[in-house]
Design a protein around this ligand. Sequence first.
Ligand SMILES: *Cc1c(COP(=O)(O)O)cnc(C)c1O
Length: 376
Amino acid sequence: MDLNEAAKNPYLLLTPGPLSTSASVKKVMMKDWCTWDNDYNQLVQEIRQKLVRLATRDADQYTSVLMQGSGTFCVEAVIGTVIPKDGKLLVLTNGAYGERILKIAQTLKIDSVQLDGGEVSLPDLNQLDKLLKSDQKITHVAVVHCETTTGMLNPIKDIGEIVKRHNKTYIVDAMSSFGGIEIDAGELGIDYMISSANKCIQGVPGFGFVIAKIDKIKHCNGQARSLSLDLYDQWRTMEENNGKWRYTSPTHTVRAFYQAMLELDQEGGVKERYKRYHTNQRTLVKGMRKLGFQTLLADKFQSPIITAFYYPENEKFDFQTFYDQLKNKRFVIYPGKVTEAKTFRIGNIGEVTPDDISKLLAAIKESMYWVNYQTQ
Ligand SMILES: *Cc1c(COP(=O)(O)O)cnc(C)c1O
């Protein structure tokens, strides 16, 4: 098969990762790499430096660590490594990914407490302040930036101010926002920021990464509750052996990620990517409302990453049928994840343009004719 043909997307993924990648990102995976070869390790080092520069202007105070596995493995590596034996984690939750952080802590038998905001509202900052005052055992606070369950954007700056005022370590799961929304970890007081290859940087799945404050991570020796997910040991190995991973690394994925980072620069950096995602999202919501759909979240809470829509009131509406019809028209959407309401989700990230969104809207309109026709 012709490589150019093969690299074309059979359909557009409107999902929050894995997502549609460019043909050029896919093409660079055609070469095999040796994990101890200098060319490969140099590539890893360049990625690590680029990530730190992307994450903050205070690049000298931060480092980055790459970790095999999907994004969750990276979250687990952070939670399992950076909290000392006598530490306690407070997790702010308003969706499935916040809940997952809590579950990781519980599984690893780390002392933890939850402050839940429900699924469609922001965390209560007064409560956060009170809790940090009353529970002196808390050492670490974790929150998800873009809660991909709903598309909610949590106020990581305001949360950070409170966390820092109480002198706690601040962990942010920026999985679905890093690279798509401007964040300066230094400015926001973030100590550990987590993301992965297959989200807004627009690479393929296989590893995640952590932007870590050097002053924090350097004290984490011997704390990990897992061998393969020891974030500290992975960091030291990369630092001391010029970008070497401890165990087999996803070489093709890493090469693709490097290409994806170059393409982020070519697009004009995070600022321009944000603009594209934002235009995608506004185009989508405007068009969907015209078709009678309602968003789960109020606009003021909504991220440009992904949007949750209520099922239409039409009783005949069947998500699987709707999904299949759209897939036939080469668009793949995402089922809902909230517990309280029947929803589906449409993502805006990846190699997706406002023009694609307009075409999607036309396809949805056609599919809805069909649903409505059935009810007559
Ligand atoms: C994608 C995502 C993760 C990680 O999910 P994986 O399936 O393990 O890659 C974690 N947190 C958020 C907010 C996410 O969007």
